[in-house]
Design a protein around this ligand. Structure first.
Ligand SMILES: Nc1ncnc2c1ncn2[C@@H]1O[C@H](COP(=O)(O)OP(=O)(O)OP(=O)(O)O)[C@@H](O)[C@H]1O
Ligand SMILES: [Mg+2]
Length: 218
């Protein structure tokens, strides 16, 4: 189900140290919003909040009719499983599963295993023939593409990507951006992408800059 993502007055701190406050923005179905900002300003933390993987101290996040702050851990996990595709900055590929099993995981958790779809995603990110490799047998850029295939395999309504092209050469990066945008434009997903890349940000509908005071036009 595609739905707007709405963030209102979001604030978070670690102990006494504030990370961000007063973060307000919305992302419509089919829209691509890029988030930029200095290292350490809280971009990854914000994405983790949007995925319900981290908690916050003020404000609310809603995705359609779902108010994330009202969900307990189990309900949040079920929402995430069905609705979210997340490309982690550090990949978080599972080391004991082969490449195809890593990509298949979201479908398996939804009870929708589909080997053909997994092979289609591996080909789409340029990893055809590498499905039986273990993650330790891949390069950094190949691992990043496993993470991207895994984030897209179940056609999520909310795509959250943390520097998804950080380890890729320009032409592979462009291909990966095409894939993320195909899910966004073609299937009405909402894409929130954190990046330091001007090339990636240039393709966004809007660029927002995160600072300690909030978020605004980048
Ligand atoms: N568990 C934690 N306890 C205390 N501080 C933390 C914790 N995790 C992160 N931080 C701090 O929160 C801030 C935001 O970190 P975050 O990883 O979100 O930054 P970022 O904007 O993604 O940076 P980068 O561009 O380098 O990836 C940083 O200053 C970091 O040191
Ligand atoms: Mg980060």
């Amino acid at each position: 189900m595609t739905a707007p993502l709405i963030v209102r007055g979001l604030g978070k701190h670690y102990g006494e140290a504030p990370v961000f406050a007063g973060v307000d923005f919305a992302v419509q179905p089919g829209e691509f919003v890029a988030i930029v900002g200095d290292s350490g300003v809280g971009k990854s933390t914000l994405l983790n909040c949007l995925a319900g993987l981290d908690t916050w101290d003020a404000g609310r996040i809603t995705h359609g009719d779902t108010d994330l702050s009202t969900l307990d851990d189990t309900a949040r996990a079920l929402w995430r499983r069905a609705q979210v595709g997340f490309v982690f900055q550090a990949f978080h590929v599972l080391p004991h599963l082969d490449v195809a099993q890593n990509v298949a995981l979201p479908l398996m958790l939804l009870g929708q295993s589909d080997a053909a779809r997994v092979q289609q995603m591996l080909a789409a990110v340029g990893l055809e023939g590498l499905g039986e490799r273990l993650p330790q047998q891949l390069s950094g850029g190949q691992l990043q593409r496993v993470a991207i295939a895994r984030a897209l395999v179940h056609r999520p309504a909310l795509l959250l990507a943390d520097e998804p092209t950080g380890n890729l050469d320009p032409s592979t990066a462009a291909r990966v951006m095409d894939l993320l945008l195909a899910q966004t434009r073609g299937h009405g997903a909402s894409l929130v992408l954190v990046t330091h890349s001007d090339t990636a940000a240039a393709r966004a509908d809007r660029v927002l800059r995160l600072t300690s005071d909030g978020i605004g036009a980048g």
